[in-house]
Write a protein that binds this ligand. Structure first.
Ligand code: MN
Ligand code: MN
Length: 467
């Protein structure tokens, strides 16, 4: 009888797809490493809330690790570590490999922009003796989620004289914060009847920034004037300087452990800095790889990847062409031989909203890094559908190195969908597959990931770039 039982157990292990919780599949030591890794991740998240801040933190870390700014025509040799800063909003890191670059590069691509509220170009106004910023949201948000939470202001202002003011207000304990107000339930009968999509509209996402007028001035707009006066005293900026500014309003809270067991992390902007950080950490530990490693941490993914800091532009291609030439090869050949992990988050199954997912083909918290063969929507449109061969290669690599992974599609067929940068890289003739961390409450001001999945993403990038 027990022989029969053992046989069936064996057969199950051999024939069925294993979908065990990753926590049961790693040692206590590895779990301790995972938790320590995530402490560093939380620090990164608090320091790098926008693409510009992430860019600066990444380049600072790269320099500490011996990376030099790359200039086209540089003499390059195996082991060299270089970076290219794309306008302070995107960055490419590279470690030159021992093999000829014509054998292709190992590419990791993640994005460092996240959904948020951007200030309009003429943002300051006063209404009923209160001062506000007008905003235009960036990326796909549920607008109602951005009301009644503490917000901070980040970005740059280019003044009339050409000088730059860097802004970061609302992150220090002593800083003030800002807020989008919402209607009290007592008077919200009409609002509450509206669908969630229109309960709060884009033009209602106004950020409250002040309420004290000049005391000895009776003129109109005295609150706005008083706020502008504070900004002038602190930064030397005037109202017209906002026209040449990029100011981003993001949640003011910090990354925190979630749960009694501290197994998860809540933070603004896991999408996609959880993949950016894990790819960065793997790259920073990369010494003397066989194949040249190229890690691109890009901007503008959340609004479609257009613009010169997004991956629809040619900046990645130009970089690869440039280093190929410096290493005596040609860019076209290098791209065709390259392989890429397009590193972006995926939706984690949420039992509270179970019906949007198909249970056999979605990602789960704690089941490891998720491989997504295709994204897209409505009949796979707009996706790079990775080849079975490349999916097979990545799967073998992860299994060989005991990286806990799962497969997952973003939602039920025709339930919605989404895209990543995978298609733009694959369109350069690069073998590309999506790989990333499952997220709960994606695109909300406070998103949730599991520590184990985060750590497994780091391990996946590491084995991929060292292979
Ligand atoms: Mn993303
Ligand atoms: Mn996103």
């Amino acid at each position: 009888m027990s022989d029969k039982k053992d046989e069936i157990k064996e057969l199950k292990e051999k024939l069925l797809l294993q979908r065990k919780n990753g926590i049961r599949r790693v040692s206590a030591e590895e779990l301790a490493k995972c938790d320590a890794f995530c402490e560093e991740y939380k620090r990164f998240m608090d320091a790098a809330k926008t693409e510009r801040e992430a860019n600066a933190v990444i380049i600072e870390l790269a320099k500490k690790n011996g990376y030099k700014e790359y200039k086209s025509g540089m003499k390059l040799s195996a082991g060299d570590k270089i970076y290219r800063n794309n306008r302070g909003k995107a960055v490419i890191l590279s470690v030159i490999g021992k093999a000829p670059i014509s054998e292709g590069v190992r590419l990791c691509a993640a994005h460092i922009d996240s959904p948020r509220l951007d200030l309009k170009q003429n943002p300051v106004y006063e209404d009923t003796e209160m001062a506000y910023f007008k905003t235009h949201y960036y990326g796909g948000i549920k607008k109602y989620q951005w009301t009644a939470i503490p917000l901070s202001l980040h970005g740059v202002i280019i003044k009339a004289d050409g000088s730059t003011v860097t802004v970061r207000i609302g992150e220090e304990e002593s800083d003030p914060v800002f807020c989008v107000t919402d209607l009290l339930p007592h008077l919200a009968a009409e609002q509450m009847k509206k669908p969630l999509a229109t309960g709060i509209t884009g033009e209602q996402l106004n950020v409250l920034i002040g309420s004290r007028p000049f005391r000895d001035d009776e003129s109109s707009e005295a609150v706005k004037l008083a706020v502008l006066n504070l900004l002038y005293e602190k930064y030397g900026v005037t109202e017209s300087d906002f026209i040449s500014a990029e100011l981003e309003v993001v949640p003011a809270f910090k990354a925190k452990d979630i749960g009694f067991d501290r197994s998860m992390i809540g933070s603004y902007g896991h999408d996609d800095r959880v993949c950016a950080y894990t790819a960065l950490a793997a790259t920073m530990e990369c010494e003397a790889p066989v194949h040249t490693v190229v890690t691109v941490l890009t901007d503008k993914e959340e609004i479609g990847s257009d613009g010169n800091t997004g991956l629809c532009s040619s900046y990645l291609k130009y970089f690869i062409y440039d280093i190929a030439e410096d290493l005596g090869s040609n860019g076209r050949a290098v791209l065709s031989a390259s392989q890429c992990l397009s590193a972006d988050v995926n939706a984690a199954f949420d039992p509270t909203f179970a019906d949007v997912n198909e249970k056999n083909n979605c990602a789960y918290i704690n089941r490891g890094v998720v491989i997504t063969k295709y994204t897209g929507a409505r009949g796979k449109s707009g996706t790079s559908d990775a080849s079975a061969e490349f999916a097979g290669r990545v799967r073998r690599l992860l299994d060989k190195n005991d990286v806990v992974w799962q497969t997952g599609e973003l939602g039920k067929v025709d339930a919605g969908g989404g895209g990543t940068v995978a298609a733009y890289i694959a369109n350069l003739d690069v073998d590309t597959i999506d790989l990333g961390v499952p997220v709960l409450s994606m695109h909300a001001p406070f998103e949730i990931v599991s520590k184990l999945d985060t750590y497994m993403a780091y391990r996946a990038f590491k084995v991929f770039i060292m292979d």
